[in-house]
Design a protein around this ligand. Structure first.
Ligand code: HEC
Ligand code: HEC
Ligand code: HEC
Ligand code: HEC
Ligand code: HEC
Ligand code: HEC
Ligand code: HEC
Length: 306
């Protein structure tokens, strides 16, 4: 199905991107949507509220509402308003029903401007899981990028895909026991990363270590058992470890360090544990001594006044 979705988009991409529906002024929509709204339909909960300033500050601040919300005209709206929505977008929106149980034109719209990201995603384990197998817990754009109206660029620390936030973003599922159990995923992935040299240095504030996407990619995440992954791994390590050989690339796997096959890793990690512990102990001692001396100075001052 991933191939199927792709085919349609290629076919009419120009049509979609070139002619976003009749660009209505955002105020046409914000008349109602700048305050919390209630739906007249039973079971439908809002608040359907958009913060115009937050939207303006986001990466999409320059877009009008109906670039993404094709088919929506001044409300109140009919559900799934599909009039005037491009045929290709409707089909992608239909595919996305697998994730949400209802059509998603706005969700599908990302494809029109970020086609490359979508193409890579469609070929990834996640895209195949969603489109081919109907795995609704597989991530789509917003699971990794955050709410649609406040998206920030990856250079912003507020972004879920800001470099050092990436492990947390992936861990929202790969460290979530419900999802791990449901799809029989590896339970060790997040803890072994956190215990690794990369994970430990990240906690200590380093921003040049490897995060999940350094080894797995962000959009085109492939099966780690496949040749596509193993054959390219040394090159990925090589981005930071000059001249990394295929042998060097085996220096990391998501295997708990206590297992004998990982002795070197185990000792390296012990070393880092002691180092981390030492740094923290040093800090605490420093703060403690500092406080004590301040208390002493204050007591002396008080005595002096009396
Ligand atoms: C007259 C007031 C009004 C105007 C103008 C208006 N809306 Fe709405 N809109 C609503 C209400 C009320 C809802 C609550 C959902 C419902 O009743 O189905 C809503 C819901 C929505 C939803 C959520 C629909 C869903 O099924 O979850 C979207 C998206 C939306 N509006 C987009 C727009 C866009 C884009 C515009 C401008 C082109 C716009 N609206 C203009 C009143 C309005
Ligand atoms: C970059 C594309 C984009 C732009 C621009 C955009 N939206 Fe959205 N909006 C989305 C996506 C994606 C969703 C989530 C849709 C879903 O889950 O089906 C959404 C959801 C909504 C909802 C439903 C929220 C809820 O509480 O369920 C409303 C209402 C809405 N948008 C109104 C607007 C209005 C009004 C504007 C313009 C001021 C606007 N949007 C601009 C992409 C966009
Ligand atoms: C009409 C075109 C258009 C649509 C539709 C659109 N975007 Fe964008 N997007 C842009 C532009 C333009 C930028 C800012 C320039 C850039 O960085 O590429 C941007 C930036 C972004 C960024 C930040 C990129 C960075 O540098 O970190 C993300 C993430 C993003 N968009 C995701 C989405 C998602 C998810 C959707 C669907 C809900 C979407 N976009 C819909 C045009 C669009
Ligand atoms: C599994 C998580 C994940 C999913 C799903 C995902 N992204 Fe991303 N995306 C990322 C990460 C992480 C980055 C930052 C990549 C980097 O810095 O190398 C990123 C970067 C981007 C960028 C900035 C340009 C770039 O490639 O660096 C855009 C635009 C973008 N994504 C759009 C999308 C769209 C559109 C979708 C849905 C079709 C999507 N993403 C799905 C994780 C994801
Ligand atoms: C919204 C939840 C979610 C997020 C976020 C997420 N994943 Fe996944 N991931 C899944 C699910 C569910 C599967 C299993 C898909 C299947 O059943 O085929 C999976 C599969 C994988 C696989 C293949 C596992 C295997 O055993 O074959 C890898 C590798 C992977 N994800 C890496 C990542 C990385 C790296 C990130 C962050 C950039 C990430 N994931 C973010 C839900 C998520
Ligand atoms: C230094 C490189 C590197 C980093 C960083 C890394 N991984 Fe991996 N990952 C690998 C390798 C190599 C494999 C294949 C061997 C294995 O399963 O341990 C793998 C396998 C996986 C698998 C499949 C496990 C299985 O049993 O099939 C998942 C899921 C995964 N990684 C997710 C993540 C997530 C999430 C993060 C971030 C928290 C991450 N990885 C960080 C290199 C890395
Ligand atoms: C994004 C950059 C980046 C990538 C990609 C990367 N690493 Fe690292 N790695 C680092 C940094 C930075 C350190 C800490 C170096 C230091 O403190 O001396 C480190 C440390 C290590 C160490 C600890 C010993 C040492 O040499 O300092 C090992 C082992 C290691 N990485 C293995 C790997 C393997 C295997 C891969 C590929 C599967 C990989 N790394 C990918 C950045 C990276």
């Amino acid at each position: 199905m991933a191939g199927f979705a792709l085919g349609i988009v290629v076919g009419s991409l120009l049509g979609v991107a070139g002619a976003p529906a009749q660009a209505a002024d955002n105020d046409t929509c914000l008349v109602c949507h700048r305050s919390p709204l209630e739906s007249s339909k039973p079971g439908k909960t809002g608040p359907f509220y958009i913060d115009p300033e937050a939207l303006a500050r986001s990466v999409h601040g320059g877009l009008t509402c109906d670039t993404c919300h094709q088919g929506f005209t001044a409300g109140p709206h009919e559900t799934g308003a599909l009039q005037g929505v491009d045929e290709s977008l409707r089909k992608v929106a239909g595919e996305l029903q697998k994730k949400r149980g209802k059509g998603g034109v706005a969700l599908a719209s990302c494809v029109t401007c970020h086609y490359e990201s979508f193409q890579d995603y469609s070929q990834s384990v996640h895209g195949v899981a969603l489109f081919d197998k109907g795995v609704k817990d597989a991530p789509y754009c917003l699971d990794c990028h955050g709410p649609p109206h406040t998206l920030m660029p990856k250079e912003s620390p507020a972004s879920r895909d800001f470099y050092t936030n990436i492990p947390t973003t992936c861990a929202s599922c790969h460290g979530n026991s419900e999802i791990i159990l449901k799809y029989r995923l590896n339970t060790n992935v997040v803890p072994t990363y956190q215990e690794s040299f990369h994970g430990k240095k990240l906690i200590l504030g380093s921003s040049d270590v490897a995060v999940c996407s350094s080894c797995h990619g962000a959009h085109k995440v492939v099966d780690p058992q496949s040749p596509a992954f193993t054959e390219g791994l040394a090159m990925r390590c090589g981005q930071c470890h000059e001249g990394a050989s295929p042998k060097f690339a085996t220096a990391f796997a998501h295997i708990p360090a206590t297992e004998t096959s990982q002795k070197i890793v185990h000792w390296a990690e012990r070393f880092f544990a002691v180092l981390t512990g030492g740094v923290i102990l040093g800090l605490v001692t420093h703060i403690g001594l500092d406080l004590a001396s301040q208390v002493r100075i204050r007591q002396r001052r008080k005595k002096g006044k009396k």
